[in-house]
Design a binder for this molecule. Sequence first.
Ligand code: FE2
Length: 168
Amino acid sequence: MSDTVAKAVEKMVAFYEEESTMVVHDVNHFMKVWGFARTIGTLEGLDPETQETLELAAVAHDIACPLCRRKYGAADGRHQELEGEGLTREFYQGFGLPEEQLDRICYIVAHHHSFTGVDGLDYQVMLEADFLVNADESDVSREGILSFREKVFRTATGLRLLDQMYGL
Ligand SMILES: [Fe+2]
């Protein structure tokens, strides 16, 4: 794990401590999603920069949830899309990330509920990692999992993990 990612994890825990009414849930969620993102990205052979972009996006992917719960009463995809980009940009200020990488991280965070227009492996793996966790946390039915598998999953590693975990 890069120092930058470790720093991001530490800061994300502090962020949820400050902002969230469900700190343990939110921290456990992003740590699991990040773990899958890291694993899939590594096994799929992402180059080091794309891997770091993916991991930094995974750490911060639900950054807008506490604000959306407060402001809109729910953390649905549309509202997260609205708030995610600005919060992510602010969160990663001071990390010294190249502008282009920061833009990409913000884009992935803001779009992690959009399943069309996936334009890179970092984005693709983000979606797969989040679903591997959400399928369990949200008790998604077998049909729901199969349909998401068909529509969204693409990487061999993501597909393998999904099949192994959910007995497909
Ligand atoms: Fe998530």
